[in-house]
Write a protein that binds this ligand. Structure first.
Ligand code: GLU
Length: 418
């Protein structure tokens, strides 16, 4: 598949072109933003536990690095491709610029189902991947982080591999690390906290406040969905439905998040949770709720189910969970969409804090981290609201315009080499 062929890349590209048209972006800037700066494909051979060698396909795409080093996660997923990684790298450029981070956009991944590998095999895979992309990454070049299928352990192996090559501990090479080796307080729950923050900002924007009447459904009760559910529940919202890989659970009176988490700890998945109705993930997405949070993966709200969506507000916890056709349709139906590049930016914001803390060898307390996260997101939300008003466009497009404005100013100021 060519770099530009996946439906996800086409959607990201369309968002870029459409915002560029509305804001009359300099065509020379648009021309450059259509293409990633670098798209690297590598082979990642590892020895499996049975002694045989298997080679996996790996990628790192750096989209635009005008504002600073590349930043973006590493995904281990069986659908991962170079084109999908390029789309995600592009979204990272827009995300970092929107929230004002001095970072560019990048993304990486390996086409693999990590659930099929042992811990030792995953460690070999991560270390070999780190070696293969080694020449292109580093604290001043490009800083990976966790994404779908990777976590703090993956980052620890990555950091260790890189540090073996340099000969000293290099915490600035990745973010999302365990606290004991330079991770940041608040990083693990940062994306979910940012989603919760953005939903609060959206309610304030409409002159409302979250309360016990506010019903919320979360598709993807994982790294993003769990902290979002905990925080929103604590703030008084009613979490009526949760879904994971095993299916969904529903209680119109609201689920107890702590009881659900206890159940998952014992049983691994949501399926069979006794104090709620069992529903499918498709049913969850179509529930009549105030807020729907698709926090699992891209492309879950499409032409197929868009007409059945009844939520009044959708907070894009995942990257690209709503396809272009579905965005257009839902916006027409007056559904308020909090765009992914704003809604899930909490992760990369606290990653930025982690990177800064690593470079300065000085660590912040959680109060400072959560406050700075809140303030950065609030500023980006207000800037987006202003652009939405100025151009009379939905929030999704307004976020792109806000971001492209910042990238355009920086690219013009640096100029084109040579
Ligand atoms: N993978 C996350 C994202 O899509 C976080 C990236 C980072 O922390 O660098 O935003």
């Amino acid at each position: 598949m060519s770099l530009f062929e996946s439906p996800f890349f086409k959607d990201a590209y369309f968002q870029l072109e459409s915002a560029a048209q509305t804001m009359e972006l300099d065509p020379n800037i648009l021309e450059r933003l259509k293409y990633p700066k670098r798209a690297i494909q590598i082979s990642v051979p590892i020895r499996l536990d049975d002694g045989t060698v298997k080679t996996f396909e790996g990628y790192r795409v750096q989209h635009n690095m005008t504002l600073g080093p590349g930043k973006g996660g590493i995904r281990f997923h069986h659908h991962c491709s170079l084109s999908e990684t390029a789309a995600l790298a592009m979204l990272m450029s827009f995300k970092c610029a929107l929230v004002g981070l001095p970072l560019g956009g990048a993304k990486g991944g390996i086409k693999v189902d990590p659930r099929l590998l042992s811990r030792q095999e995953l460690q070999s895979l991560t270390r070999r991947y780190a070696i293969e992309i080694g020449p292109f990454i580093g604290p001043d070049k490009d800083i990976p982080a966790p994404d779908i299928g990777t976590d703090k352990q993956t980052m620890a192996w990555f950091m260790d591999t890189y540090s073996q090559l340099t000969g000293y501990a290099e915490p600035g090479v990745v973010t999302g690390k365990p606290i004991c080796i330079g991770g940041s307080l608040g990083r693990e729950e940062a994306t979910g906290r940012g989603v919760a923050n953005c939903i609060n900002f959206a309610y304030e924007h409409f002159g409302n406040k979250i309360d016990r009447k506010t019903t919320i459904a979360i598709h993807g009760f994982g790294k993003v969905g769990i902290p979002a559910a905990e925080i929103l529940h604590e703030q008084g919202a009613r979490i009526v439905a949760l879904g994971d890989i095993s299916g969904g659970i529903y209680d119109k009176d609201g689920l107890s998040i702590s009881k659900v988490l206890n159940y998952i700890e014992k049983n691994g998945v949501l399926k069979g949770y006794p104090e709620a109705e069992q529903i499918s993930n498709d049913q969850l997405l179509e529930l009549e709720v105030d807020v729907l949070i698709p926090a699992a993966i891209d492309g879950v709200i499409t032409e197929k189910n868009m007409k059945n969506i009844k939520a009044k507000m959708i907070a894009e916890g995942a990257n690209g969970p709503i396809t272009k056709e579905a965005v257009d349709y839902l916006v027409e139906q007056d559904v308020f969409i909090i765009p992914d590049i704003l809604c899930n930016a909490g992760g990369v914001i606290v990653s930025y804090f982690e990177w800064v803390q690593g470079l300065s060898h000085f660590f912040w307390d959680l109060t400072q981290i959560n406050k700075s996260l809140h303030d950065i997101l609030k500023r980006a939300f207000v800037e987006t609201a202003n652009k939405a008003k100025k151009y009379k466009v939905p929030f999704k497009k307004a976020a792109m315009i806000t971001s492209l404005n910042k990238i355009q100013v920086a690219m013009r100021s640096r100029g084109l080499f040579p």
